[in-house]
Design a protein around this ligand. Structure first.
Ligand code: SF4
Length: 183
């Protein structure tokens, strides 16, 4: 007789010489525990992100110490800091170059809404050019808040079915942002 066990948050059915689990749950758990972040840091919030990466907070606990400055080898775009309108097309290009599945974390008031910079030159929120999965409030947010944001991304990754990214809803979202899903 086999028995049901939960291993790393994945429900498994174990018997003598075999272990069964849903493939999409195993893939989701693997993804959630090895997210490769791409930090797009432009100003003060970027410094908070650096502190988050440091030994005191240690995101290596979550399998995230490997930062990727190459979009094609990154899963999570972390936008931390003020984004000028001139920089917006570059941000969008970086997002487009990331392979699916990918997630976006907007860190701080500037990235999320333009913050205090309600001016002609500052983008009033990165969700004007790319879809955002999780927002972290604050000016600047403390590393604990950034970690909470990262945990929320992990929750999304763990519960996102393999097919969600190919759903009509997601395709509609990409079309809305004028993003080419094949890139
Ligand atoms: S939200 Fe505040 S701390 Fe973060 S980049 Fe903007 S001004 Fe700096």
């Amino acid at each position: 007789m086999g028995k049901v066990e939960v291993v790393n948050g994945v429900e498994t059915f174990n018997g003598e010489g075999f272990q069964l689990a849903m493939l999409d749950k195993v893939i989701a758990a693997a993804r959630a525990n090895s997210v490769w972040p791409l930090p797009f840091a432009t100003s003060c919030c970027g410094i908070e992100y650096m502190a988050t990466m440091g030994t005191n907070y240690d995101v290596a606990r979550f399998g995230m110490e490997r930062m990727s400055f190459s979009p094609r080898q990154a899963d999570l775009l972390i936008v931390a800091g003020t984004i000028s309108k001139k920089l917006a097309p570059i941000l969008k290009q970086v997002y487009e170059q990331m392979a699916e599945p990918k997630w976006v974390l907007s860190v701080g008031a500037c990235a999320s809404s333009g913050g205090i910079f309600d001016t002609y030159s500052v983008l009033q929120g990165i969700d004007r050019v790319i879809p955002v999965d999780v927002y972290v409030p604050g000016c600047p947010p403390r590393p604990e808040q950034i970690i909470e944001g990262i945990m929320n991304v992990h929750r999304l990754v763990k519960h996102e079915s393999l097919r969600r990214r190919y759903s009509d809803e997601y395709k509609h979202l990409l079309t809305k942002y004028n993003l080419n899903e094949d890139e």
